[in-house]
Design a protein around this ligand. Structure first.
Ligand code: KG4
Ligand code: ZN
Length: 389
């Protein structure tokens, strides 16, 4: 089955063409075309994602990215004549998405319908204005080319990201997933494909948010996770003295919940009490960054180990942007040595942050379980707080 997938839940705009086959329990994927634009640099001055800007940028970039992904997949065929079916309906669908209809008409009216069987689009969780752009775009394409459109949960996408470019296409169940991103921190028990139980989640900030906010306090650019991990590495390489001490919030609590806002506040007080208005040296920043990195690593690993001890599983999946962090990757891979017969699955680095390949994968698995979605497509609405269920 050939898939066109679209992701716009936050500040990455992404479109992919993926060939998928196999059953839900052991699917296989081949990426034929992939185009992604990260808006991170544009949001830098706001210290986080600015929803109106994200929405406008998605609208601006979706059509060029689609053309790029189609071209890469060898599916971009000029017709040499106009082929713009359902123009009025498409205009209505795209009415609220700034400039998208004009682009759509200009670039797509002379393009032949690609050989695509289904369009998958993220409908949540995420920023609703951003999600709506992707959804409207997907629905307009579905209308133009008469292809069914099916919504996909972004977090299911992160879970499925471990299946791409992996030697093993299947995950052994039951499994546990630790999802760590800019918007989420949760431990999910997965009894079998698509059967989720959330064991615990953050009661305040997500772990990626903790990285981004503490990075900002240290004067580092957004997104801060990668900056903190680079400085932490520098502190390790230089073997800098360990001066900063930060708390490990909720590390001893008997549940699987997380809390990261205390860590952020602790950094704020640490900076105020020890530095005031003074500019920090690279060494001082790196010492704090290493402590932030280690506090997060300890909390995440201790909680995950508790969950593994109390809920024995065959596979641990760790996914989401934060697992780009090299120390975390190593710490979680090492759990294979500690837990007999546990397989740890982590997406390759480029697939840990938001992308549309993972949306194709999660959508395909969903479709294997509910093939009727092709014949009777659902109404699609953006849901910023969409839960795994
Ligand atoms: O999954 P993702 O791309 O977007 C959301 O769905 O939120 O995750 C983005 C988050 C950001 O908070 C970013 O700072 C964090 O992932 N991140 C990292 C690293 N690379 C990205 N955090 C820690 N270490 C990294 N190397
Ligand atoms: Zn994400």
């Amino acid at each position: 089955m050939k898939i066109l997938s679209i992701e716009t839940s936050c500040d990455e705009t992404a479109v992919s063409i993926v060939e998928a086959e196999g059953v839900a329990e052991s699917p296989s994927f081949e990426v034929l075309g992939n185009a992604l634009f990260s808006q991170a640099k544009l949001h830098e001055k706001y210290g986080g994602v600015f929803p109106t800007l994200a929405k406008r940028e998605h609208a601006k970039n979706l059509t060029p990215l689609l053309l790029k992904a189609l071209e890469e997949a060898n599916e971009l065929k000029e017709l040499g004549k106009e082929n713009f079916k359902n123009e009025k309906e498409i205009e209505n669908i795209l009415a609220k998405e700034h400039g998208l209809f004009q682009d759509f008409k200009k670039y797509l009216e002379k393009i032949d319908k690609p050989k695509v069987d289904v369009i998958f689009v993220t409908n949540g969780p995420g920023l609703e204005p951003a999600l709506w752009v992707g959804i409207s775009f997907a629905l307009a394409l579905g209308k133009l080319w008469d292809i069914p459109v099916v919504p996909v949960n972004h977090m299911e996408g992160h879970i499925a990201s471990v299946l791409v470019n992996s030697n093993e296409s299947s995950v052994q169940f039951p499994a546990l997933a630790l999802l760590i991103s800019g918007g989420h921190t949760e431990i999910v028990y997965i009894e079998k494909v698509h059967k989720y139980k959330i064991l615990g989640k953050t009661v305040d900030d997500a772990v990626g948010e903790a990285y981004d906010k503490t990075a900002r306090m240290l004067g580092l650019p957004y997104p801060g996770g990668i900056e903190i991990s680079k400085l932490a590495q520098y502190a390790d390489e230089k073997d800098l003295p360990r001066v900063a001490k930060l708390p490990r919030p909720l590390i001893h609590s008997k549940n699987y919940n997380f809390s990261f806002s205390g860590l952020k506040t602790a950094v704020l007080y640490y900076l105020r009490d020890n530095f005031g208005d003074k500019e920090l040296s690279l060494e001082e920043k790196s010492d704090i960054a290493r402590e932030v990195d280690e506090a997060i690593l300890e909390v995440l690993t201790v909680k995950t180990k508790r969950a593994l001890d109390e809920n024995p599983v065959k596979t641990l999946i760790v996914a989401g942007g934060v697992i780009g962090n090299p120390k975390l990757r190593e710490a979680f891979m090492n759990l294979e040595k500690e837990y007999n017969e546990l397989k740890v699955r982590i997406p390759e680095k480029t697939l840990s942050t938001d992308n549309s390949i993972m949306i194709a994968c999660a959508g395909y698995i969903k479709l294997c379980l509910e093939p009727d979605l092709l014949t009777y497509p659902q109404q699609i609405r953006a849901n910023g707080n969409l839960e795994l269920n």
